[in-house]
Design a protein around this ligand. Structure first.
Ligand code: PEP
Length: 250
């Protein structure tokens, strides 16, 4: 059975001290309580080791926001999947629209990153999503389908470890959320594409929605049958609002 997941994406926010405090507050707020979803925080690479020291793995999962498409070597400034795994992190966001848009990441690189993440025991949170223009000119289903198809050379046992995040670019950090129906339609399309390639794995794949998700709209989004949780940016930077989203599953 697929899992409900709420994952935070801190992006390039928080100093180390602020990040450790935030992670610790989230862990404390969740500790000992039963919630109907797994919780993950994806934090800047500089914070991974320190954050890992203040969270309990059974309470909050830890992830990075990116990893290199190269295994190791002369790639100054890059962080490999094995380095991420060595911090104790077990998740890694890949293909976030900001990486695609500002750092030119393409499908070929993302497949390499995904393979390295998996080979190092990390669970990829693989992001897909269309730009505003593609939403408006009606190509959004094809765009997102081709982004997910970029992983379809993976063997079934590898693809089955992936979490997908649908994040319409026009909804990220803009305050403009996709309606619950728009999210459901796209999630169902993504699941259909996965089913055509990998059969029943589609039923077990968690597909998260991301894009201005807040405590006020999370419940409606998560109530949709193909929306299995959220990848949360801005609202993950405050323990109360992040908790409000987690509680939308209660
Ligand atoms: C994100 O960047 O993954 C995201 C969903 O951001 P926000 O929630 O701020 O729109």
């Amino acid at each position: 059975m697929r899992k409900n997941i709420v994952a935070g994406n801190w992006k390039m926010n928080t100093t180390l001290e602020e990040g450790v405090e935030l992670a610790s507050s989230i862990n404390d707020a969740l500790k000992g309580k039963k919630h109907n979803c797994d919780v993950v925080i994806c934090v800047p690479a500089t914070h991974l080791v320190s954050v890992n020291a203040v969270i309990e793995p059974e309470t909050v999962g830890l992830g990075a926001e990116n990893c290199s498409e190269h295994e190791k070597g002369a790639y100054t400034g890059e962080i490999s999947a094995s380095m991420v795994a060595s911090t104790g992190a077990t998740y890694c966001i890949l293909g976030h629209s900001e990486r695609r848009q500002y750092f030119g990441e393409n499908n070929e690189q993302l497949l390499k990153k995904t393979k390295l993440a998996l080979a190092n025991g990390l669970t990829p949170i693989f992001c897909v999503g269309e730009m505003l223009e593609q939403r408006e000119n009606g190509t959004f289903n094809d765009v997102v389908r081709s982004q997910i198809e970029a992983l379809f050379s993976l063997p079934i046992e590898d693809f089955s470890k992936i979490i997908v995040a649908y994040e319409p670019v026009w909804a990220i950090g803009t305050g403009k959320t996709a309606t619950a129906d728009q999210a459901q339609d796209m999630h169902a399309n993504i699941r259909m594409a996965i089913r055509e390639k990998y059969g029943d794995v589609a039923d077990d794949t968690s597909i998260l929605y991301g894009g201005s998700c807040k405590p006020t709209n999370a419940r409606e989004l998560f109530a949709k049958p193909d929306v299995d949780g959220g990848l949360i940016g801005g609202a993950a930077l405050n323990a109360d609002s992040f908790m409000g989203i987690i509680e939308a599953f209660d």
